[in-house]
Structures are given as C-alpha cells and as structure tokens.
Design a protein. Sequence first.
Length: 195
Amino acid sequence: MKIGNWLLVVTLAVVAHLALAQPQTSVDVTKGTGNASVTATSTVTAAIVAIAPSTRTVTLKERSGRVFEVQVGEEARNFDQLKVGDIVTMEYRKAMSLSLEKTNGPRSATQQLIEKRAAPGEKPGGTIGREVTVIADVVSVNAKAKSVTLKGPQGNTVDVVVEDPEQMKNIRKGDQVKVVYTEAIAISVSPGASQ
C-alpha cells in the first residue's frame, strides 16, 4: 500500500501542528450492548497568508496569530486553485471501538487504507487514514478495576478499560474480542471572505 506523499507530508505537518496548537477538541463516547467506542476529534482552522509555488509551500495563520508552513507534494491536485485568504480546515480524528464478538481462529491484525483526493478543478483537499482491526485473546479480566488484558497477534498485551459493567459480564479469560482503531485526517479549503 502506497500512501500519497502529499497526504503523508500534510498529515505529518498537521499532526505535529495539532500537538502544539490549541485546537478545538471533542470526545464522544458511545456505549451499546456488546460494544463501546471512543472518538476524539481535533480541528484547526487557519487562513492562507502566503503561497510559494516554486516550493509548493503554503503559509497558514490561525486566529490566535500563530503562523506555520505546510509543504504540499506534487501528488496534490489543484494546487494552483489556492489563493491567499482561503480558509483551510484540518480535522484529525482518532477512534477506537471494542466489540465483544466471539470469534474463532488465531489472533490477527489487518489494516485498510482510507484515501480520498479532491476531484480535478476543486479546491485542494482530501482525507487519508487507516483502519486497523485486531482479533485479540482475553488474558485476564479485572472487574473491580473495570479492565481487560488483551493479547494481540504479535504477543504483546494491552490493558483496556471497559466502563460499561454490562460488557464486563460477557468477557471471560480465553475469549477473543475484536478491537477496531481508526485514525484519519481531513483537509478542506474554502474561499476566504475577502475574495
């Protein structure tokens, strides 16, 4: 699987920026019978203040005044559509869901790439991410601590907190459970108000 260089460069720049910035962040927790999921989303909005076509570098400025640069690879479509004053929105999302589906077979991990680029003629943007599905063995259950120790396909173990007491009733040592982890970043560009 080859990830487009433009998305990889932008993803790394945005993730590094989100770690330093004061993004708007939200966390959603969903509980249901036999499963639970947690989704965290961070959003940063900035205006384009400069564009260097020769290096394909875009300088962005947040409302707080913080300025940072993002280099856009050749694979990004429609770079010439960008204009000073355009508004860039970057959304970084992580999600993890634990389902108590009983499975048979060996521990395993699979990964699926999520990639979508802007269509020709549109403002640049897109989404890149991955979804990892792991089938793990339940090594131990600690009802008092509301945690389950899972053993993954590489033999590593991880403790997972299970808040819902109803879910804890269904988990036993030796069971297999499915854990799905997704991570994605979406970038969109819209015309600025001054245009």
